[in-house]
Design a protein around this ligand. Structure first.
Ligand code: PLP
Length: 445
């Protein structure tokens, strides 16, 4: 769908229309009854967004995808569809007396996902048990009657932790539960969770897929493994007839490979409304075209900085799987042959005032709550992304006052290193008090 207009543009057209016209009342009736696929109103789909959905589905070796206004919306609506209360009701209607589902999730996870599960989804009745991504047995032990999803990040935020995805997939599938993998930090260039057993793959496309820090976007991909019809009692939202979907089960109307995405789109995206704007979809489509070269550059910069930081006297510990001796190195070698991304955490030596002076002295690294931007960014998780976590969850996530997260960008490596060194010196951290080096000329910003 890149040249469907008479002008044959090589770039996909951006269709900016809130509504789509029907040729006849008959066509409108069939579309609204969801007997025929059509764009009706852009909250549930539009051509530019649909193209993005197809491209991400292909990149992730999936059978289909739904795009959203943000990664957060992708996670929220996917969990509502799989674990929401309606899914526990035998006749597909919400019964307040029936408890909603339960999610087993990695304790080393993006702070926004933790907020979502601890707060908003908890209030809607969805339970959560946080477990260590490195202990597959803990996941098996956390499964209850009500568990409807496992949720893990392919590369954890902020410590670049790697879970054993095939091991978690085996446990999930033995318990007849789908495994959702948030592949935001890796991107499909570094790992395809579908090949490792994931049932659903989620992206905050805000990050590496778009790649320039311009727009927010999210996507969920169905990899085509999940078969709700194998266990109809467990998944009435897909297997039971409901008035909302014409008294026909979704698996019957759309097949096993279409039922979950249809529920997400036609019920949750329609009812709650976090739809992706076509302009934003276009930015992500453009970003995807350079995904491989960009991510390779991010990885090489991050690996070099991780290596140099790991021997710097101002640094207590660097976590990145590319480092020799990192606890994730073996999984990195097995599942991530091209690298493990450009987010790394650094435990600084010295007290919090030194950490604060260091952060405030940086010039190239921007103090900002984002990752996957062209520009390098630093964050202090305890004050920023993870500030709402309970102290237990922060301890489980190994986030201290000395932890800083780097999202390494695509600038010149020596410029980045000079910036870190001058900030260490300005903060009085470490003993390598090099004078601030002049910035080079290749800097991107
Ligand atoms: C940023 C992020 C999200 C949330 O995505 P938004 O696009 O910011 O809503 C979810 N998961 C991970 C791993 C992220 O980094």
């Amino acid at each position: 769908m890149t040249s469907d207009s008479e002008f044959r543009p090589v770039q996909p057209p951006v269709y900016v229309s809130a509504a789509y016209e029907f040729a006849s009342l008959r066509d409108a009736r069939e579309a609204f009854a969801q007997r025929e696929a059509a764009f009706t109103y852009a909250r549930t789909g539009s051509p530019t967004v649909a193209l993005l959905e197809r491209r991400v589905a292909e990149l992730e070796a999936g059978v289909g995808a739904v795009a959203f206004a943000s990664g957060q919306a992708a996670i929220a609506l996917t969990l509502l569809a799989l674990a929401g209360r309606s899914g526990q009701s035998p006749d597909g209607r919400a019964h307040v007396e029936i408890p909603a589902g339960h999610v087993v999730a990695s304790a080393k996870i993006y702070g926004g996902t933790a907020d979502l599960l601890n707060d908003s989804l908890a209030e809607s009745g969805i339970g959560v048990t946080w477990v260590d991504p490195h202990q597959p047995q803990a996941w098996a032990d956390a499964v209850t009657e009500r568990t409807r999803a496992f949720l893990v990040e392919s590369i954890g935020n902020p410590h670049a932790d790697l879970p054993d995805i095939p091991a978690l997939a085996r446990i999930a599938h033995a318990a007849q539960i789908p495994l959702i993998v948030d592949n935001t930090l890796a991107s499909p260039h570094l790992v395809q969770p579908a090949a490792l057993g994931a049932d659903f793959v989620i992206h905050s496309a805000t990050k590496y897929l778009s790649g320039n820090g311009t727009v927010l976007a999210g996507v969920v991909v169905d990899t085509g493994r999940f078969s709700p019809a194998d266990h109809p009692d467990r998944w009435p939202q897909f297997t039971a007839a409901t008035a909302r979907f014409g008294d026909t089960p979704l698996v019957q109307r759309y097949g096993e490979r279409g039922a979950v995405l249809h529920l997400i789109r036609a019920k949750y995206l329609h009812d709650l409304g976090p739809c992706l704007a076509p302009w934003s979809a276009q930015q992500v489509l453009e970003g995807i075209e350079t995904l491989d070269v960009r991510v390779d550059r991010h990885c090489r910069n991050a690996e070099a900085l991780a290596e140099r930081l790991s021997t710097h006297s101002a640094v207590h510990r660097v976590r990145h799987p590319s480092l020799r001796g990192d606890p994730n190195a073996a999984l990195a070698a097995r599942d991530f042959p091209r690298g493990t991304g450009a987010v790394l955490s650094v435990e600084l030596a010295g007290g919090f005032s030194g950490v604060e002076r260091f952060i405030d002295s940086l010039r190239l690294f921007k103090l900002a709550a984002n990752i996957g931007d062209a520009r390098s960014m630093i964050a202090h998780p305890a004050s920023m992304t993870h500030c709402r976590l309970s102290s237990e969850l922060r301890t489980a996530g190994e986030i201290t006052e000395q932890t800083v997260r780097l999202s390494v960008g695509r600038e010149n490596l020596e410029d980045l290193w000079s910036d870190l060194e001058q900030a260490f010196a300005a903060a009085g951290l470490g003993t390598d008090d090099a004078a601030p080096a002049p910035l080079g000329t290749e800097t991107l910003v």
